[in-house]
Design a protein around this ligand. Structure first.
Ligand code: 9MR
Length: 344
């Protein structure tokens, strides 16, 4: 009787081993982009937005493939200070809490931007003294709230025009160009440890706009203003050609003692996508990844969401899309494999 029972236990154990074997095999699954990037001391991240967080398969991939998250909208001024002096961090907190549960780091985006501002701010005239106080309070309240929870902030977003002149935002027009140094100093006071970035699009290649950042960064560094990095959004489009000077551009910023990051990468095309366009897109993703790996102070890469299902492109550029490495069904595209190759 006892012997039979022992035998039964043995059989059960064998069955258990057989059943759990696939879990062991799971270790042979390809490494995630995050794991591959970590081998180079980089992160590989994605933006996300609150409405998407009810999509379970989406959230699952977001939690497993990446080690860095940027909230696409939840930390912007309209969301965080909807009425003057009334702060609401619920959207940003939701993303931060999810990221923490998945052991992912968070880039804060963004404190000072001309877009997605609340009506109370844009709907009236401000005296410089008043706007300075409003700006300082906004920056410091938000930075303090996320102290220790975000590792970097896009402090000022999209401050320059294509020709390298200052964008005439409400902040520039009311306060002059010094608002940028002030914003950086105020953010630094509120969290002396967080990395502070200026962030913009169309500054991947060397040209008037990236030159403006280079000049400004050099000046700010010389003045001892707390600036730690430049974020290159990298919203690329096949029809405009690849920014071949990207690597040199990253390198010149690192020579100023600055980190760089590719903060909002997507590579759009005219629809419909076809095999050839997707192959070119894959090459570009590979080259962008390699450019970052080639420059020591390029600290990581963030996709502006990872799936075509939630890309901002179709709503903003008529007839364009298919910009991300996963398609609308969350299936990896050639671009995904190209990124993996580049990271290997
Ligand atoms: O992804 C964001 C999208 O959901 C918003 O509708 C849009 C509004 O301008 O902003 C998008 O994110 C932008 C980012 O904050 C700054 N760089 C450009 C991004 C794409 O517009």
């Amino acid at each position: 009787m006892r012997k039979n029972r022992l035998r039964l236990v043995g059989v059960l154990a064998a069955v258990l081993v057989a059943v759990t074997a696939p879990a062991v095999q799971a270790k042979d699954e390809p490494p995630t982009l995050a794991e591959l990037a970590q081998r180079h001391g980089r992160y590989f991240g994605s933006a996300t937005d609150n409405p998407e967080l009810t999509d379970a398969p989406y959230v699952s991939l977001l939690g497993s493939e990446f080690d860095q998250i940027t909230p696409g909208n939840g930390m912007k001024w309209y969301a965080t200070e909807p009425q003057q002096g009334v702060f609401d961090f619920s959207a940003g907190d939701e993303v931060v809490n999810l990221a923490r549960a998945n052991h992912q780091k968070v880039r804060g985006h963004t404190l000072v931007w001309h877009s997605q501002l609340p009506d109370w701010l844009t709907g009236r005239e401000w005296k410089p003294r008043e706007l300075r106080a409003v700006l300082k309070k906004h920056i410091q309240t938000e930075v303090r709230h996320y102290r220790g929870k975000v590792f970097a902030w896009d402090v000022v977003n999209e401050a320059f025009n294509e020709d390298g002149t200052y964008r005439e935002t409400i902040f520039y027009k009311t306060l002059g160009p010094g608002y940028i140094a002030d914003a950086l100093r105020w953010a630094h006071q509120a969290d002396p440890r967080v990395k502070l970035y200026l962030n913009d699009y169309n500054i991947e290649a060397i040209g008037p706009k990236s030159d403006a950042y280079y000049k400004l960064a050099k000046k700010l560094k010389a003045q001892g203003v707390p600036l730690h990095g430049i974020g290159l959004q990298a919203h690329l489009a096949l029809q405009y050609g690849y920014p071949t000077t990207l690597e040199d551009n990253l390198r010149r910023f690192s020579r100023l003692g600055l980190d760089t990051a590719l903060t909002e990468v997507d590579i759009r095309m005219y629809l419909p996508a076809d095999e050839e366009k997707l192959a070119t897109q894959a090459e570009w993703y590979r080259d962008v990844t390699k450019a970052c790996l080639a420059v020591r102070r390029c600290v990581g890469i963030t996709l502006w969401d990872y799936t075509d299902k939630y890309s901002w492109i179709p709503a903003f550029f008529e007839g364009e899309g298919a910009a991300l490495p996963w398609d609308e069904e969350l299936r990896p595209k050639p671009a995904y494999y190209a990124i993996r190759d580049a990271l290997k």
